[in-house]
Structure formats: C-alpha cells, structure tokens
Design a protein around this ligand. Structure first.
Ligand SMILES: [Fe+2]
Ligand SMILES: [Fe+2]
Length: 169
C-alpha cells in the first residue's frame, strides 16, 4: 500500500473508534437521565462504529498493509440538553463524511482503485447516518420543552434501528 494512503486509513480507523467512544459516552448521558430509548439508540451506534473500524482494519490487512492503532482522546461528556447531544452527533458525522471523502480523493490520486468500492460503501453509509441523525435533530427542535413528546420519541427510537433498508454494518 502507498504509505500516505496507509496512514490515512489508519487515521480513519482511529476516527471510527473515536466515533464509537463518543456514542458510548452519549449513551451513558441519556441512560443517566432515564431516556433509555435514546441510550439504546446510542449504544447501537457504538456497536456500528466499532464494526466500521473493524471493516477498515480488515481491508488494510487484506491489502497487506500495517494497522497501527492510535490513542483516543476523551469524548465530550457534558451536554446541555438532548438536542445538544444529537447536534453534537450530527456535527461529528459530518466530520466523518468529510474524512472519508478526503480518503476517497487520495485513493483516486494514488490510482489505488481497489480502495474505491469500500470507500464508496462508506460514503453511502454516511448519507444514511447523517440523514437519520438530522431527522432526530428536527424532531427535537419540534418537541422543544414538551416532556411528553420527548418521552414518546424516546419510546419510539429503538425500533428505528431495525427499519427496513437501514444499512447494518
Ligand atoms: Fe462510522
Ligand atoms: Fe457514523
């Protein structure tokens, strides 16, 4: 593998693991506030991001590259509201999308065409992830300070993970 591309894949592995870590922290934040549906949704994301990291790790190994894991920084743990948490998650997903886009451009520039199908899969995945998080942002904005509506959404969220057509990593 091209050394710079290999480094970029290793950076992406670290970013996926950071995502996983961040979602686990967000799950704990919701659990502590008795919003168990949100917590369950966040835990599902935690698992999924961990699977994303593994998918990249397997790919680097299949390409005879070297995987080097990096230190993870502590995720943000203090939030003002459920909306604040979900907006944070949305911004994070946008950052991940940009990172995969840059990786795709680098693979193209290095004529590493074998990387493109995997990176294309991840770009599709990011469209779905950004969309599902953005929907929750919108719903929480509509909910405002209505606790009853917040509890209804909390009950409904876990079922959303199993929606037909959802990409399961
Ligand atoms: Fe991911
Ligand atoms: Fe994600």
């Amino acid at each position: 593998m091209d050394p710079e591309l290999q480094q970029a894949f290793n950076d992406q592995i670290a970013l996926e693991l950071s995502s996983s870590y961040a979602y686990l922290q967000m799950a704990a934040w919701f659990e502590a506030r008795d919003l168990v549906g949100f917590a369950s949704w966040m835990r599902a994301q935690w698992t999924e991001e961990s699977a994303h990291a593994t998918k990249f790790i397997d790919f680097v190994l299949d390409r005879d590259g070297e995987v080097v894991l990096q230190a993870l920084t502590a995720p943000q743990s203090s939030f003002g509201s459920p909306l604040d948490v979900i907006e944070h998650a949305h911004a994070h997903e946008q950052r991940v999308t940009a990172s995969i886009g840059a990786l795709y451009a680098l693979a193209q520039a290095r004529q590493d065409y074998s990387s493109l199908p995997l990176l294309g899969w991840f770009l599709n995945e990011q469209v779905e992830e950004e969309s599902s998080v953005r929907q929750i942002v919108g719903e929480l904005r509509l909910i405002g300070d209505d606790s009853s509506a917040l509890l209804l959404l909390d009950r409904e969220l876990p079922a959303r993970r199993g929606r037909v057509g959802d990409a399961q990593a």
